[in-house]
Design a protein around this ligand. Sequence first.
Ligand code: ATP
Length: 300
Amino acid sequence: MSSVLSLQNITKYYGQVRALNNVSFDVPEGSVFGILGPNGSGKTTLLSIILDVLKANAGTFSWFGQPNSPELRKKIGSLLETPNFYHYLSATDNLKITQAISGRGATSDIDDVLKKVNLYERRKSSFKTYSLGMKQRLAIAAALLGAPQVLVLDEPTNGLDPVGIAEIRHLIVNLKNQGHTVIMASHLLDEVEKVCTHVAILKTGNLLTTGNVEEVLTDEDVVEAGASDLELLSGILQQISKNVTINHESNTVFAAFPKGTAHLDEINSLCFHKGIVLNHLLLKKKRLETKFFELTNNET
Ligand code: ATP
């Protein structure tokens, strides 16, 4: 799979503040690529650099393996900040204005982009009658003018209610299925986990990990076990796992093993021989949230 975007050693300072430190990764064509990180980790700075809004202090990036050019930029649609739409104008009229100002696409594309974001039926309603989710979808429609191959979205579900979030998620999956590559920054891990095929995780400007979501998620087996004496259970599991934690909230013990090496029957039998009766034993796929929490809580 070829890369639509390749970053090499991007570093960015704001005065003394280092917002990005030597960040390198590739975005595969056709992916939904999530740039994840807590507040202040450098996500918006990174998106601003790849969209030429900011200049990096060091490092390079290339779109489609080529040096940046106005022609290439036409293949990239972006939504960094919510555009200022006119409240009393309809969706169609707002997009006519956006199209005229940006010069992207043609007025004849407007119906198409409204259909893509599922606002065609409401195209004549004025912007002020839209829900927040609809407003956000209109902003994505604006970014889709000119049929860009790649869409760059900063926190596309920010401020939306669960229904609005689900609509945007659905839209992003549809865009991917129609052949677009989507690059999105988010701190909503659960949403990212549902929609992204690939991730890069940032913390204070450092890239902690990147790759296919499945790979990032499943590089470890996590076993969840329960027994009446959690301390004793934890002690026994420590004989076979280097990473054992007691979760008092769920009354369980988590034990991590290298991928593919956790065997529940062996664990059950070991505990039995040590005189512990398990009331719970489960092999879990490591969730992105657990992984993210772990990564961002360890100093790098
Ligand atoms: P958030 O989720 O809060 O939007 P983010 O991951 O997008 O955060 P950035 O906005 O890229 O992070 O900020 C990265 C770092 O750079 C932070 O420490 C921030 O305070 C700092 N920073 C961002 N913009 C500026 C600026 N214009 N001047 C000085 N420092 C800045």
